[in-house]
Design a protein around this ligand. Structure first.
Ligand code: OGA
Ligand code: NI
Length: 363
């Protein structure tokens, strides 16, 4: 039987006297920047760390979302088995025919570019302090614990069950509300197919994860051009918490996925979403669908923006392996139960490092 893990001392700020840290955008825009400050320098990468393009016969899976609502049982069967394969082999897939209009995706990119273009002073108004604050603008990951800073500014906004949005730029909240609504539908549709692909009722995940009040969070990542991209890191290797992460970007590549022992470059495809399975899908599927390490590298020419919606259970859900997928013998439960909220706090107070938080709930 799953137990709830007590998580002590999560509420303390790691370093209350932390220095104010400026944004990477301001740094990148400062004149004559030809090298990066030393606290942005990662150790140089080993050759095993170099990224490759994916093989022709093993490229990132593509899921045609429209087939999940097909009235043709063969088509539905096919897309459910495509999902099973995608979740099991890659943990990352592209979604096409997702029904989100191109104009809506572009409006989000423009709005977020507009947000990052606000002055540093204007943005400071949205600097949250705690992982559960509705709006948090900042830089790196958690500047009070990061040992090396990442070449990335971010805006994180909780959009469900309660909707938050910065008051600037004008019109942001309309664009955001519409976008997160359609992406929530997409996430729930995909989770239905994923439930089925695990041999569960289509509505199983939706129900046990209390998706009516699911935590949905927007993260916009801004990666300004970097004079020494080979030394800096946009985001280090990590897995995502939650069930499904749905990402789009402004046509500039930088995402790499750990697959088959290598870092594989993921080229942006216009108007497609990139979806990956999170730690809580790994827990719920009892390790059948593993969350996958990914990272973001930076370049010296173009500003890249990625707009991510993470779709998790409700904050109060204690996530455990599905009862149907475990027994007392060969399929014993491999994870203890933990409330999503506790997991999140643990995540934010730790150094972003691979799957270290998930490791803590492994039996
Ligand atoms: C993230 C993430 C990758 C990217 O924000 O969790 O993995 O390409 N971002 O920005
Ligand atoms: Ni991620």
């Amino acid at each position: 039987m799953a137990t709830v893990c007590p998580v002590a001392s999560l509420h303390q700020e790691a370093n209350p006297s932390r220095l104010k840290v400026g944004s990477v955008k301001t740094l990148a825009e400062s004149s004559n920047l030809t090298s990066i400050p030393s606290h942005y320098a990662f150790t140089t990468s080993a050759s095993s760390d170099q990224a490759v393009h994916s093989d022709h016969d093993d490229s990132i899976p593509v899921i045609d979302f429209s087939l999940l609502s097909s009235s043709n049982p063969d088509q539905r069967h096919k897309v459910v088995s495509d999902l099973a394969k995608a979740c099991q082999d890659w943990g990352f897939f592209m979604v096409i025919n997702h029904g989100v209009p191109e104009g809506q995706m572009k409006a989000m990119v423009d709005m977020l570019m507009g947000f990052f273009d606000l002055t540093e002073e204007e943005k400071r108004e949205f600097e949250g302090k705690h992982v559960l604050d509705g709006i948090r603008w900042g830089t790196s990951f958690n500047t009070s614990v990061d040992k090396v800073f990442f070449w990335r500014d971010y805006l994180k906004v909780r959009v469900h069950p309660k909707f938050h949005c910065p008051s600037k730029p004008e019109g942001f909240s309309e664009v955001l509300a519409e976008y997160v609504g359609v992406v929530r539908k997409l996430a729930r549709g995909l989770l239905k197919g994923i439930s089925e692909s695990l041999g569960l009722e289509p509505g199983y995940i939706d129900e046990v994860m209390n998706m009516d009040s699911s935590l949905q969070r927007l993260t916009a990542n801004l990666y300004p051009p970097c004079p020494q991209p080979e030394l800096a890191m946009g985001m280090p290797p990590h897995s995502d918490h939650g069930l499904l992460t749905i990402l789009m970007q402004n046509g500039i590549g930088g995402l790499q996925v750990h697959h088959g022992g290598k870092w594989v470059k993921i080229d942006p495809i216009p108007n497609a979403f990139l979806v990956n399975t999170g730690d809580h899908l790994e827990i719920m599927s009892n390790g059948k669908y593993k969350s996958v390490l990914h990272r973001a590298v930076v370049n010296n020419k173009d500003t890249r923006i990625s707009i991510i919606l993470s779709n998790g259970p409700s904050l109060d859900t204690v996530v455990t392996p599905a009862e149907q997928l475990v027994d007392g013998e060969s399929n014993r439960a491999m994870y203890i139960g933990m409330k999503y909220k506790d997991f999140l706090e643990l995540h934010q107070s730790s150094v972003l490092d691979g799957k270290s938080v998930l490791e803590r709930v492994k039996i």
